[in-house]
Structures are given as C-alpha cells and as structure tokens.
Design a protein. Structure first.
Lengths: 110, 116
C-alpha cells in the first residue's frame, strides 16, 4: 500500500524564520515524490518534484529513503509563502495512482 | 496549451438526489484523469482515476461512481446523495507515466458540493 503522512495540519512561523513541512511516506518500491501548493483562491499546483532536485521559490526537498521522508524546507519564510501544502506520491508499480497527504496549512506572520 | 474545465463551481443538492459533475481537458490526448475530494483535516482523498476510455479505478467504496465516455471527459456521479458526500471535489489530469515527460498533475478549479 502507498501512503503519505503529513503530521502537522497547521504550521505558523514568523517572516524570515526557517520553515520545514514534514512528509513521511510508506511504499515498498521506489516512489516519485512531489510537493503541491494551493494559494488562497488559486488552483492546486505543482511546487517541486524530488527527481528534479530543484529549488523553487526558495523551497527545497530531499528524498530520504532511509527515513522514508520528503520534508519541504525554506531557510527564510516570506508572507507570500502562506498557503496549503500537500505532499504527494506516485508509485513506480502503481501506474498513474497519485496519492496525497492530509496537507499542512502554513501561515507566515509579519 | 492544455486546460482543464470543471463544472459547476458550486452545487447545493438535497439528500437523495442524483449528482453529475463533469470535467473536460483540452489540448492533450489520452490523459490520465482523476477525481479527488478535499476535506478539511483529511487532505486530498483519491476517489477515482482513469488511464483510458472506460478504464476506471475506484479507490474508496462509496456512494459515488465515475465514468469516462470520451478520451478527455471524466464524470463523477451518484444516484442518491448522502449528507456525507458534501465536500470540495477536484478533477485533475496528468501525462502518461510512460510518456517520457516528467509526471505532473494539473488541477481544475473544483466544485463545492453541499448536500442538505
């Protein structure tokens, strides 16, 4: 079975502070992991994917297979980062089955 | 460019009434199609996904069903709505995982369903 867990439903930080949104997964093979973001009144959209090893809007995420984690990090949070963040998993053997975690609502206070 | 349309944007239905939500995709062929329900505190729950016409995978046994009558059309239905069917329903499409293109899912604007 494939499962994604985001233990924090709400996360609040101050502007300029580091932020880490946690994501753990359960999957027996080699998954592909993603972070999606939903800003207020906007559609859910892709933020980054682990295979690209990219930094988007200052966010990075490293896949840790030993800990089965894919935490999203940003060293200095900005107010415009306030949004709902979802971690998602695509299993290599599950075709196109894309499953999401419960989501974390990030609020960056001025 | 590809676009995804989902309607209606909001819907209020009485308990026991039927449901039909429609989703269409433009600008691509043979997309994977998905229906999700977004509920507060429960995240995005995958309801159905489809890799081709007439091919539907159901994730959660429930009061809902899905159909894909055309390549780029995905319909979510119910014969009799329950109060628990209230929620925010999202349609999405993605490229085929074997297409060689990095997998990305694109989401519609969603339908807010209230069952009273």
């Amino acid at each position: 079975a494939q499962r994604v867990t985001q233990p924090e439903k709400l996360l609040s930080v101050f502007k300029g502070a580091p932020v880490e949104l946690k994501c753990n997964y359960s999957y027996s093979g080699s998954p592909e992991l993603f972070w999606y973001v939903q800003y207020s009144r906007q559609r859910l959209q892709l933020l980054l994917r682990h295979i690209s090893r990219e930094s988007i809007k200052g966010f990075t995420a490293d896949l840790n297979k030993g800990e089965t984690s894919f935490h999203l990090k940003k060293p200095f949070a900005q107010e415009e980062d306030s949004a709902m963040y979802y971690c998602a998993l695509l299993g290599e053997t599950s075709g196109s089955r894309l499953t999401f975690g419960e989501g974390t609502q990030l609020t960056v206070n001025p | 460019s590809q676009t995804i349309h989902q309607w209606p944007a909001t819907l209020v239905q009485p308990v026991g009434s039927p449901l039909s939500l429609e989703c269409t995709v433009e600008g691509t062929s043979n997309p994977n199609l998905y229906w999700y329900r977004q509920a507060a505190g429960r995240g995005l729950q995958l309801l159905f996904y489809s890799v081709g016409i007439g091919q539907i995978s159901s994730e959660v046994p429930q009061n809902l069903s899905a159909s894909r009558p055309q390549d780029r059309q995905f319909i979510l239905s119910s014969k009799k709505l329950l109060l628990s069917d209230s929620g925010f329903y999202l349609c999405a499409w993605s490229t085929d995982t074997y297409s060689g293109i990095p997998f990305t899912a694109y989401f519609g604007a969603g339908t807010r369903l209230s069952v009273l």
